[in-house]
Ligand binder design. Structure first.
Ligand SMILES: Nc1ncnc2c1ncn2[C@@H]1O[C@H](COP(=O)(O)OP(=O)(O)OP(=O)(O)O)[C@@H](O)[C@H]1O
Ligand SMILES: [Mg+2]
Length: 226
């Protein structure tokens, strides 16, 4: 199989003021096959969100390289990286997923519009996707009128709407009951087979990890696993 994401010797630290320096990632390397579903586990604070942000090109490593689909993310200009992410990557953030001043429908449509889908196609896809997560009747609601789990479902379909090659999902089932978690997982699980999407999920959930092709463990700055 061809690797779709290649991480080479990544280091990342955060510094607060002059005294606090925290090393989060130290020499992280991995190859993630195209069309595979990989779960990243690790204790709270181990660096899962940090790593996903780096793979999305939302943050810059101190050292090392990240290639996605053969492109070296940090050899690109900022603009090229933004366009690459917009086209090829879907991201479900751990927190603050939806734009509060937009309705559910508008939140889903925005990614399609940024990718130059015409209005009719964007509306149709949005309707279909809302139906798959049982939220067709909530299209005109605002995010703060939805439950946490409903918001997460909207965030997931928004990340998938433009059919990205890479889905990065940070605790996408964190607020869900077991039944809804299974439904969401089923949707995510089908992506590698149906669209050859590469999926990387940061999760604490046993259920999600149990459905992954590979489980990687992040701890003490290192990524290990099968
Ligand atoms: N912007 C930041 N500035 C300073 N420190 C940060 C910043 N972002 C994260 N950290 C620290 O880096 C470490 C890794 O954080 P990260 O959010 O990547 O962990 P995580 O594995 O996603 O945790 P969780 O399971 O709780 O979501 C934590 O100790 C955190 O406090
Ligand atoms: Mg996190």
């Amino acid at each position: 199989m061809t690797p779709y994401v290649v991480l080479e010797d990544l280091d990342k630290h955060y510094a607060e003021g002059t005294t606090h320096r925290q090393v989060v990632l130290s020499g992280v390397s991995a190859q993630i096959d195209r069309g595979s579903l990989v779960a990243i586990r690790g204790r709270s604070g181990s660096g899962k969100s940090t790593l996903l942000n780096l793979i999305a090109g939302l943050d810059i490593p101190d050292r090392g390289s990240i290639r996605v689909g053969g492109e070296n993310l940090h050899a690109m200009t900022d603009r090229a990286r933004t366009l690459f992410r917009r086209r090829h990557c879907g991201f479900v953030f751990q927190f603050f997923n939806l734009i509060p001043v937009l309705t559910v429908r508008e939140n889903v449509m925005i990614g399609l519009e940024l990718n130059a889908f015409d209005d009719d196609t964007a509306s149709r896809k949005t309707r279909e996707l809302l139906a798959t997560v049982h939220l067709a009747d909530r299209a005109d609601s605002f995010p703060d009128q939805l439950s946490g789990g409903e918001q997460q479902r909207v965030a997931l379909i928004r990340a998938l709407a433009h059919e990205p090659r890479l889905l990065l999902a940070d605790e996408p089932t964190g607020n869900l009951d077991a039944t809804t978690e299974l439904e969401i997982l089923d949707l995510i699980r089908r992506l590698p087979g149906e669209r050859n999407t590469t999926v990387i999920i940061a999760t604490h959930s046993e259920l999600v990890a149990g459905h992954a092709d590979r489980v990687l463990l992040l701890g003490s700055g290192k990524l290990t696993g099968s």
